[in-house]
Design a protein around this ligand. Structure first.
Ligand code: UD1
Ligand code: CA
Length: 467
């Protein structure tokens, strides 16, 4: 059977006190809306419709693989779902309705509600959970164990105020029945909104099967309405993710002080030291030692790699590489097996060959460096002339002396040797040595001459002061 999904993301999120729409705010370095949409993708739904409205462009810019539908005025959750009528009405299948502001939902839980919905032959299944009587969520109204409807917290009658089964805001519907019931929803309530929740009562009255699928973990479905809840969600997700890694054999020294994104993969026997932030599509292999204090964004790290106190993004690090402390790699760097990057080394768009070394204070940008190359302390590729970026090529086994400038475009061939302090502006052939600095001149006895001249000047000034 076809499965559709509607994600509600048109609201402003007034309580966030932000220029950005609520669903664009990040939980563990990923916008809320992407958490929800990615789980739907993992689930393999046939079509996802995201209802956008407030600052729609900002939402559209960060989500792909979905259909956007506009809700120009935010008249309530029922009105929001109704905007998908043109896209979905009359289609055979099931429709999941999810809140864009509930990012911790898991694919497994969605599979759970779909399965329950099918097994019980329901037309509507609302996901519920237990909460405190004071929690500001809608409540599931039951009679003799049968779901009769949902009442919003603000609309609860006195006799309903002790109900602790709440509406998570996540549902599975028979698609046709959903749109038929939606046509009957009105805005006669405390907030003058068209409540999606009303369809549950309407469908019950139509004699359709409505039911609740109760889950254990309230944390998974909490809607985020302010920044306090946002920070709490980050902690909850961090703990959930770290727990999974720990049980999979990753050694996290201080789980409360380690932030690993939801899409990050880490191999067994790898140790993550305190203060690390690993995000985006980062993949770390086995037996690595990462941290303390590393930030990785979209970095692929193979096995037996050691990186400390460093910031890396969009790069690939091969087996046995050793980086840091205080290195920075960005924009498509590829560091080959057993290379070594030491203190204060920056690389950008650079291939750095097998076994090569840049141990201290080096900038390598727009470069192809061969195998077993040594870049002395203070080597700089001068890749930018103010307008264009140019390439530096360094062949295998070349040796670049300390404090050299390699002014690109320039090629240093295999086994070439660059004398310390050189500014290289011309290509250097294989096996050649280049020295490009002023020749040293020693002037005999001249230090004393200078000293005497300075003394004379000093005495002259003292006399003038006394006058
Ligand atoms: C909703 C439910 C409530 C449930 C709670 C769980 C209704 C009427 N109430 O309340 O029973 O306990 O979620 O979190 O459905 N949105 C739109 N367009 C609108 C209004 C809202 O797209 O016109 C979106 C919001 O951006 C948000 C989601 O729908 O992502 C939920 O809306 P919100 O106003 O937060 O609903 P709650 O009051 O939390
Ligand atoms: Ca909400």
């Amino acid at each position: 059977m076809k499965v559709y999904a509607i994600v509600l993301a048109a609201g402003k999120g007034t309580r966030m006190k932000s220029q950005k729409p609520k669903v664009v705010h990040e939980v563990l370095y990923k916008p809320m809306i992407n958490h929800v949409v990615d789980e739907l993708k993992a689930l393999g739904v046939d079509e996802t419709i995201v209802i956008v409205g407030h600052e729609a462009k900002q939402v559209e810019a960060i989500v792909d693989g979905v259909t956007f539908v506009y809700q120009n005025e935010q008249l309530g959750t029922g009105h929001a779902v109704l905007q998908a009528r043109e896209a979905l009405e009359g289609k055979e299948g099931m429709t999941l309705v999810l809140c864009g502001d509930a990012p911790l939902i898991r694919k497994e839980t969605l599979q759970g509600i779909i399965q329950y919905h099918q097994e019980h032959k329901n037309q509507a299944t609302v996901m519920s959970a237990d909460c405190e009587t004071t929690t500001h969520y809608g409540r599931i109204i039951k009679e003799n164990g049968q779901v009769k409807g949902i009442v919003e917290f603000k609309d609860l009658l006195d006799c309903q105020k002790d109900i602790t089964e709440m509406n998570t805001g996540e549902y599975c519907f028979d698609n046709r029945a959903l749109f038929e019931a939606l046509n009957q929803v009105t805005n006669q309530n405390a907030q003058n909104e068209y409540y999606l929740t009303d369809v549950i009562g309407i469908m019950d009255q139509q004699g359709l099967r409505v039911d609740a699928y109760k889950i254990d973990d309230f944390n998974e479905v909490g809607g985020i309405n302010d920044r306090l809840a946002l920070a709490e969600a980050t902690q909850i997700l961090r703990d959930r993710i770290n727990r999974e890694h720990l049980l999979n054999g990753v050694n996290i020294i201080d789980p409360q002080n380690t932030y690993i994104g939801r899409d990050v993969v880490i191999g067994a026997e790898t140790t993550i030291e305190p203060g690390c932030i690993l995000k985006g599509k980062t993949v770390i292999g086995e037996n690595c030692h990462i941290g303390p204090y590393c930030e990785f964004t979209n970095v692929i790290v193979k096995d037996y790699v050691d990186i400390k106190f460093s910031v890396l993004s969009d790069s690939i690090i091969e087996n046995g590489v050793d980086i840091g402390p205080y290195s920075r790699l960005r924009t498509n760097c590829h560091i080959m097996e057993h290379a070594h990057l030491g203190n204060f080394v920056e690389m950008k768009k650079a291939v750095f060959g097998k076994g090569s070394k840049a141990s201290h204070l080096t900038y390598v940008g727009d470069a192809e460096v061969g195998e077993e190359v040594n870049l002395g302390c203070g080597t700089i590729t001068s890749n930018y002339d103010g307008k264009n970026k140019s390439l530096t090529k360094i062949g295998d086994h070349a040796f670049i002396g300390c404090n050299s400038n390699l002014v690109a475009p320039v090629t240093i061939e295999k086994n070439a040797y660059i004398a310390a302090g050189s500014t290289i502006t011309k290509d250097v052939e294989e096996d050649a040595m280049a020295i490009a600095r002023a020749r040293q001149v020693n002037k005999e006895g001249y230090s004393k001459v200078l000293e005497e001249a300075r003394m004379k000047e000093f005495e002259k000034r003292n006399k003038e002061k006394k006058k």
